[in-house]
Design a protein around this ligand. Structure first.
Ligand code: FES
Length: 371
């Protein structure tokens, strides 16, 4: 099928984006820093990309003949809704990020799923914000900053970004521009070191510390906090906040580049072994999952998914995203109930017909699944 991407943007007829699978075309590639690029996308038919700043999309790619799903937070703002963008840093050994840098070009088409995500600024309204980002973890926060700037939001924002060296600061010029125009927005950048050759760094140096944070935002305990960066960075931030008695219900975080697809699922050869594994667990707490088409059943611990139960029996229900987005792992539930935390990968009709997404469905009692 030939896609027609030439329809002019028309604010009257343009549709709005809803969570689901969408075919999009790459319309621009921007080199942000030496190892980071922004990829901008538009839809086949003009679509207004409304989403909550901070949310993510999942790209459906084919790499070396294999389907790969990978999530990226959106770096653009829904205040500029005719396209959306993701910002990707090359990672040593990062199969998908490197593939995108090496292969994704203007005019390439691909499918995306989304937008979804609880890490967003709309669901936690506040007028005092602290945003903390490390490296390419800046992307969802950039979407939030752009949104707050474009909508003239009346918020007091302290933004603290940590980077390796000046040459690695993503969106540096745009941040400087935005933060120079709104007195209530304050930008603080921490660099581990100066560039090896080139720009010296005279600002905050090293790793973000409590002393630095107190200088930047002495009232940090009173703010709603959004944090995104590498796991060690976020762990250090959480420790700091907890030690200071911060109300952690006001702390929101997102790990960058993380898709729980790689969640390890042990395939245990038989059900007895699976039950033996449960060892000292109170047997009465365990739940039975029966797969009626294959006549196999297994007992699992509360909190385990139907997909995990199948894997324990060596039954491989197809799975791609592992997070309730793509619908690949859909199976009929013929008896019992599950707690399904999906991200839009199943329609209301399918649910009414008794289907569940096995990757994100946790039985709440004994269940029977057709597989
Ligand atoms: S694997 Fe994508 S929804 Fe379950």
């Amino acid at each position: 099928m030939t896609m027609n991407f030439l329809n002019p943007v028309n604010p009257v007829t343009t549709q709005t984006w809803t969570n689901g699978r969408h075919q999009v075309r790459c319309v621009k590639v921007i080199q942000e820093t030496w190892d980071t690029r922004t990829f901008c996308f538009m839809a086949e038919q003009p679509v207004m990309f409304f989403f909550k700043p901070g949310q993510f999309v999942t790209l459906e790619l084919e790499i070396d003949g294999e389907q790969v799903m990978r999530s990226y937070t959106i770096s653009s703002s829904p205040s500029v809704p005719y396209s959306f963008s993701i910002t990707v840093k090359r990672m040593p050994g990062g199969v998908v990020s490197n593939w995108l840098h090496d292969n994704l070009k203007v005019n390439d088409e691909l499918a995306v799923h989304g937008p979804v995500g609880k890490f967003n600024i709309i669901d936690y309204p506040t007028d005092k914000l602290l945003m903390l980002s490390g490296g390419v973890g800046i992307t969802p926060l950039m979407s939030m900053v752009r949104w707050l700037f474009d909508t003239n939001a009346a918020v007091d924002l302290q933004f603290v970004h940590s980077s390796r060296a000046p040459q690695d600061i993503i969106f540096h010029r745009e941040l400087a521009h935005i933060f120079s125009r709104i007195p209530e927005f304050k930008l603080h950048i921490v660099c581990e070191r100066s560039d090896e050759m080139g720009e010296a760094w005279s600002g905050f140096r090293g790793y973000l510390s409590q002393a630095m944070l107190e200088l930047m935002a002495p009232d940090f305990l009173e703010r709603e906090i959004f944090c995104c960066g590498p796991t060690p960075y976020m762990n250090a931030i959480k420790r700091l906040l907890q030690e200071n008695g911060f109300d952690m219900s006001r702390y929101h975080e997102e790990a960058f580049g993380a898709t729980p697809v790689d969640v390890q699922e042990e395939v245990i050869e038989n059900a007895e072994q699976a039950e033996a594994e449960a060892g000292e667990l109170d047997v009465s707490d365990m739940l039975s999952v029966e797969f009626s088409s294959t006549g196999k059943s297994v007992r699992i611990q509360p909190g385990e998914t139907v997909h995990t139960a199948a894997a324990k029996l060596g039954l491989h229900i197809p799975k791609a995203c592992g997070m309730g987005i793509c619908g690949t792992c859909r199976v009929p539930l013929t008896s019992g109930e599950v707690d399904m935390e999906h991200n839009g990968g199943i329609t209301d009709e399918d649910m009414a017909d008794g289907y569940i997404l096995s990757c994100c469905s946790k039985p709440t009692g004994d269940v029977v699944v057709e597989y």
